[in-house]
Design a protein around this ligand. Sequence first.
Ligand SMILES: Nc1ncnc2c1ncn2[C@@H]1O[C@H](COP(=O)(O)OP(=O)(O)O)[C@@H](O)[C@H]1O
Ligand SMILES: [Mg+2]
Length: 405
Amino acid sequence: MNPASAPPPTLAHPDPAQSREAFFLSHLALTDFRTYPRLKIEISAGPGVIVLTGPNGAGKTNVLEAISFLAPGRGLRGAGLQDPTRWGALAAAPGQRPAWAVAARVRGPAGTSEVGTGLDPDACAPERRLVHVDGAPARVQGRLSETFAVHWLTPDMERLFQDGARARRKFVDRVAVALDSGHAERVRSYDQAARERTRLLTGPPEACDPAWLGSLEARMAETGVALACARIAAAEKLDRACRGARGPFPGARVQMIGALEDWLAEEPALAAEERLARALASARARDAVTGTTGAGPQRSDMAVLHTLKDQPAEQCSTGEQKALLVALILGAAEVLAAARGAWPVLLLDEVAAHLDRIRRQALFAWLLDSGAQVWLAGADLEPFESLGGRAWFYAVAEGAIEPLP
Ligand SMILES: Nc1ncnc2c1ncn2[C@@H]1O[C@H](COP(=O)(O)OP(=O)(O)O)[C@@H](O)[C@H]1O
Ligand SMILES: [Mg+2]
């Protein structure tokens, strides 16, 4: 059949049970944030689609990154806390500590909040991020994650299926944190204990206290099994959300795989904990040589299968992988929406340029139907033209953002 005459496939609409309320921004203000000395945007769109266009380097991703800092974590670039501070501000105030800040009015199911975050100018080492919610200092994990939800797709993530398993575990972690905000703390605690264990094992033998080593391994076993369980639960939810094809976007099966997952399938968590503690103890000699950790959740991976082709994602073509990735992002957005009772704000950077016309149209239709607030960024206006009249367009250039007529 001539593809040109084929009717465009329609994308399965978002599950109406989940197309509920949405988190959204109505004001955004940046101070000394990357390319922006000061920027204020009022967003009349509410939930709806917002398109940022402008030449490469104009500052589109910087705006999306600023929004991503309204959630716990290091933003969509995984930046160091100092990195976003505008270089011009640093150069203008040698010896001082200018600090970036992002402020926003956010709406969610619980109402409207004024949220602010930024680098703490008074904390040197270690650097600290300040968070205010409605004028009161707040903890990043906790109030901030209750007040706002955001999910993103960036060009870097196109390598998700080729890069190492770490990026895929991070992908699952973002869903797991939305389901249980304690997950981030367990990941941090596990990583810290693992680093300390490696430091002991690779340091001078006389400094390696076996009792201290044993207590670190006990902590790794406990937190490691807990975080593996949280990743398994998140992957199961992703799997259910992604199983069916969404129009031109393929169905995907998602599963955590690894030795720890095999143990947890065979025996209760407590037994898996004891097994992990034993595995760590018996791997000490080898880990002392390699400087790594031979057992635990950092050995696990998120396996993704293209259901129609019955083929692992890493064996799919680049185009198929992009379509799979979009399917995973939409599935993750549905999981988050179900968990939080409202759509997260979606930040989709450079997504339109990499999809063919049919997939682009189908994605736009899904986004418009969802009722989420969606920020799309891309250099050229052309791929977004079919959104005309149904989205808010802004031009980004040289530290400023102007609405397009
Ligand atoms: N801390 C910073 N201070 C000032 N400029 C920065 C900083 N970090 C990155 N930049 C600049 O931001 C620009 C990239 O902005 P970005 O939002 O990624 O552009 P795009 O519109 O292509 O998405 C680059 O020119 C880079 O040099
Ligand atoms: Mg960009």
